[in-house]
Design a protein around this ligand. Structure first.
Ligand SMILES: NC(=O)c1ccc[n+]([C@@H]2O[C@H](COP(=O)([O-])OP(=O)(O)OC[C@H]3O[C@@H](n4cnc5c(N)ncnc54)[C@H](O)[C@@H]3O)[C@@H](O)[C@H]2O)c1
Length: 248
């Protein structure tokens, strides 16, 4: 493999939420660099289809990440059998909700998918990474919390928390050579964004607010993720990297 992320060849990666959107672009990108890819997702059909296209180094695990016992068992099995060098926490659910309608149960389930799983996945891989004195964890946040996106208070709260989670784990695990960073995408043209939210009005806003008047595609985010998980970023930890085409 050539290029800046050439050292990813043979690296063992675990990705959450790899069946669709940015996650699927990252699964393809890591596989394209020769990495082993294990990805966990709720979407059985899309996950199995993607894995079947990419060969034996890519394996799909059908897991509901809000089931902490199931995610820990899955990651424990992967880390025990194959080991792990890289964890990318990409799964999320940006469901909209009025704050007036939030109940204790709906609040817990929003945080479970958007925040809790990132911590419990990290907790599951850190003993292995710390023992081998190397590893990379990449958490996915969003510019949504810095923007104060309305009608998504649970999602926005989770995305704010991920930056604190990142900084705390970077400090704790850095002494053993483990890097922990957070990637904040701007508006990325995924299938879901196009289907659910992309109106002509939103397109006009995106093109006006971004310095670069072009859509950010999933591959744009996957390329930055490759860099952040590679040795090219070996001195980079405890950071939030914003990839938003200059949104202001
Ligand atoms: N697309 C954007 O514009 C954008 C902007 C800012 C941040 N982000 C962040 O980037 C990451 C990827 O976003 P995306 O747009 O590709 O999202 P997406 O909705 O297209 O994909 C998310 C994936 O997570 C999976 N998932 C959801 N709930 C799950 C659960 N309980 N268990 C297992 N898997 C589950 C889904 O099946 C899906 O494959 C997310 O963390 C998101 O918050 C995206």
């Amino acid at each position: 493999m050539a290029g800046l992320a050439a050292d990813l060849d043979g690296k063992r990666s675990i990705l959450t939420g790899g069946a669709t959107g940015i996650g699927a672009a990252m699964v393809r990108a890591f596989a394209g660099q020769g990495a082993y890819v294990e990805f966990l997702d709720l979407n059985a059909e899309a996950g199995a289809k993607l894995a079947s296209e990419l060969g034996a180094r890519v394996r799909f695990h059908h897991v509901d990440l809000t089931d902490t016992d199931a995610l820990q068992a899955c990651i424990g099995e992967i880390a025990g059998a194959r080991g792990v060098d890289i964890l990318v926490n990409g799964a999320a659910n940006d469901m909209r909700h009025k704050y007036e309608d939030v109940t204790p149960d709906s609040w817990r389930s929003t945080l479970a998918v958007n925040l809790d799983h990132q911590f419990f996945c990290a907790q599951s891989v850190l003993p292995v990474m710390r023992a081998q004195k190397a590893g990379v964890i990449l958490n996915f946040g969003s510019i949504a919390w810095r923007e104060g996106l309305a009608d998504a208070v649970g999602y926005v709260t989770a995305k704010a928390g991920i930056e604190g989670l990142t900084k705390s784990l970077a400090r704790e695990a850095g002494s053993d050579g483990v890097r922990v960073n957070c990637l904040l995408p701007g508006f990325v043209r995924t299938e879901r964004q196009v289907e659910k939210w992309l109106t002509p009005e939103l397109e006009a806003t995106v093109m006006e607010r971004q310095c670069l008047p072009r859509y950010i595609e999933p591959q744009d985010i996957a390329d930055v993720a490759l860099f952040l998980c590679s040795d090219a970023a070996r001195a980079l930890t405890n950071q939030t990297i914003v990839v938003d085409a200059g949104w202001t």
